[in-house]
Design a protein around this ligand. Structure first.
Ligand code: F6P
Length: 413
């Protein structure tokens, strides 16, 4: 064990939320509150923006029972941001400010919970603190429904969104078959560059009823082939069920949904969406039959009521392990999951990977897991995702409705 480092810690949440991201926050906060090395626990309001703006919530002043409710409270309770921090070689203004705040509160542990862009922020802060000789252990805590972080078997939040999508597809499949006339249903799932989430709809087809056709961003989209695929299924079965990723794109890289979007986030990423309606309208014109476009939108990433218990447990532990490893002397790392399969039984091992590797590298669905036609998934994907969606959560209720955490959010002075 490295020498004891005594000081306070900050936990920040960043990027798009998930149904379980607060479980990681709870993992960090609970473990940090119990650790003798950590003198004070702060939650950054809106991620790194809260540090820059000196808006830190004092977690020590929260009711432990409310903190525990974070386990099943969706979305990012501390607030999130999509703030692109500059390259310190070009502009170190933000870094100097972060250092100032770290010194003000004697921050010696920094935990940043997010996806690719957030790991980039975390990595840059870690390297800056090293370069100026300020002792602070920096750990990334992974999160993203997109499941595209490098160096980890899967990402906290993915499995719960996958379970929501698979379940919703099974339910939609029932509904779309009620009439005596055929219809076409197009469902749009999130995941800008990686198709993990969209692929999870294949669970529905495998275990009940689900999409006939699935299109991921890993395969270049061809509108003529898409229409031919739909015609074929329509001829064979009448009803056609399609799931598309918001990020499907043509061979030249332009998003199929691009015409619909102009807004961008702080990282310059186009805000996607509107694709299901666009494709539904195209297919309606082409076939003349009833069509419905369904954009799962935020529902797929805040469905805490149907979260995977495996995901909640692993996500909590990702936060807990980050604190434990940092206290033990690790820094400049991201917590990652290693899949262990023994006698067909799944378990998860917690490891760490260098932040430099995790930052900004996207992990895609292996092309070998996609069928030859580029419109469906093979058994390898089902084998990958199935263990992750296991287990039911018991969300605390009040008046038969979810009882989510209500934090006081008292600002540090
Ligand atoms: O963070 C991942 C993600 O949920 C993507 O799948 C999606 O494209 C994006 O965030 C949406 O972001 P926002 O909430 O900023 O619109």
């Amino acid at each position: 064990m490295d020498k004891k480092l005594i000081g306070s810690c900050i936990i920040g949440q960043s990027g798009g939320p998930t149904a379980v991201i607060n479980a990681s926050a709870y993992g960090v906060i609970k473990t940090a509150l119990e650790a003798e090395e950590i003198t004070k626990v702060y939650g950054a309001a809106h991620g790194i923006r809260g540090v820059l703006d000196d808006r830190l919530y004092v977690m020590d002043m929260e009711d432990p029972k409310e903190l525990e409710l974070l386990l099943h409270t969706p979305s990012s309770e501390l607030g999130s941001c999509r703030y692109k921090i500059a390259d310190p070689a070009k502009d170190d203004t933000d870094y100097k400010r972060i250092l100032e705040i770290f010194k003000k509160y004697n921050v010696r542990y920094f935990f940043y919970n997010g996806g690719n862009d957030s790991m980039d922020t975390c990595n840059k802060i870690s390297k800056y603190m090293q370069s100026v000789g300020y002792e602070c252990r920096v750990m990334g805590v992974p999160k993203t429904i997109d499941n595209d972080l490098y160096g980890t078997d899967h990402c906290p939040g993915f499995a719960s969104a996958a379970k929501f999508i698979a379940t919703s597809c099974m339910e939609i499949d029932k509904d779309m078959h009620v009439y005596d006339k055929p219809m076409i249903t197009v469902v749009e799932a999130m995941g800008r560059h990686a198709g993990w989430l969209t692929a999870s709809a294949a669970l529905a087809t495998c275990f009940g009823g689900g999409p006939d056709l699935i299109y991921l961003p890993e395969v270049d989209f061809d509108m003529d082939k898409f229409i031919a695929d739909v015609d074929r299924v329509h001829k064979e079965k009448g009803n056609v069920f399609i799931v598309v990723s918001e990020g499907i794109h043509y061979a030249d890289g332009s998003f199929v949904s691009e015409a619909k979007t102009s807004a961008t986030d702080g990282f310059g990423h186009a805000q996607l969406g509107g694709l299901a309606a666009m494709l539904a309208s195209k297919l309606g014109e082409h076939t003349g039959i009833k069509v419905r476009g369904i954009e799962l939108s935020l529902l797929q990433r805040c469905g805490a009521h149907i979260a995977s218990a495996t995901d909640v447990e692993e996500t909590f532990n990702a936060g807990k392990v980050a604190v434990e490893k940092a206290i033990a002397g690790e820094t400049d790392k991201m917590v990652a999951f290693e899949r262990v399969m023994e006698d067909g039984k799944y378990s998860c091992k917690f490891v760490t990977v260098p932040l430099t590797l995790a930052a900004n590298t996207e992990k895609k669905v292996p092309v070998e897991w996609i069928n030859a036609e580029g419109n469906g998934l093979k058994k390898e994907f089902i084998d990958y995702v199935l263990p992750l969606v296991q287990g039911e959560v018991n969300v605390p209720k009040e008046n038969s409705l979810p009882r989510y955490a209500k934090l006081k959010k008292i600002l540090a002075e």
